[in-house]
Design a protein around this ligand. Structure first.
Ligand code: CA
Length: 231
């Protein structure tokens, strides 16, 4: 995600806190740098401060992002709690709005809601290499085999699939699938990863779910040999 915030303290607080929660966070301090970054890469989430220095404030930046057809979800931050500001922000194309000072828990809840909305907007099966997953029926097809997943297994597998081979950290899995409802020191994530492996990798030469030691999990590149470093 990209954070656009000129107040260094808040930018640092967001970068540190959200990184700890498993998000990959970059931060810039003004609209021009934000647009440069957005030209260079894809960000699923943007956090924009309303008041920014330079030629464009958060509202103008948001309008420009929408004018360029950038599909990222936008959460607007502002110190001003007025209906006019809220309407202006949403009219400019922001997806949600948070008034400073906000609690970190509330920010996390809003980000989760935005990500869920993104995911709902992409119906239909997910395809990754020789694997097809249908979220509605929670059925995985792999070379003619049909495997049914439970609700939790399905959510976990879908999260890994939507990242298309990137590492998903254990803390993000905890936040996204279990909504922070257990302590990370429990082994519940391992239990579910092992269950998925038993179902999906049984009898397969190429293991689908890879452990990235000390970080999290990712799906192996389709057609590439597994680079798994631990069982
Ligand atoms: Ca500001």
């Amino acid at each position: 995600m990209l954070v656009v915030e000129d107040e260094e303290k808040i930018a640092q607080f967001l970068r540190k806190g959200l990184t700890e929660k498993g998000y990959s966070v970059e931060a810039v301090a003004d609209a021009d740098r934000a647009l440069e970054r957005l030209e260079g890469g894809e960000y699923d989430l943007l956090i924009l401060d309303l008041l920014l220095p330079g030629s464009r404030d958060g509202i103008e930046l948001c309008r420009e992002i929408r004018a360029r057809g950038i599909p990222s979800k936008v959460l607007m931050l502002t110190a001003r709690d007025s209906v006019e500001n809220k309407i202006e922000g949403l009219d400019a194309g922001a997806d949600d709005y948070l008034v400073k000072p906000f609690s970190f828990r509330e920010l996390l809840a809003r980000l989760r809601a935005l990500t869920r909305r993104t995911e709902v907007a992409e119906p239909g099966p997910l395809v990754y290499g020789d694997v097809t997953y249908e979220p509605e029926s929670r059925e995985v097809r792999r070379r003619g085999d049909v495997i049914r997943l439970t609700a939790r297994e399905g959510s976990l597998f879908e999260l890994l699939l939507r990242r298309r081979g990137k590492v998903v950290s254990r803390s993000e899995i905890q936040a996204r699938i279990w909504e922070d409802s257990f302590d990370l020191s429990t082994n519940i994530i391992d239990v579910y990863i092992n269950a998925l492996r038993r179902k999906l990798d049984a009898g397969e030469k190429e293991k689908l779910i890879q452990t990235v030691r000390g970080v999290g999990y990712r799906l192996g590149e389709p057609g590439e040999p597994s680079r798994e470093s631990e069982g």
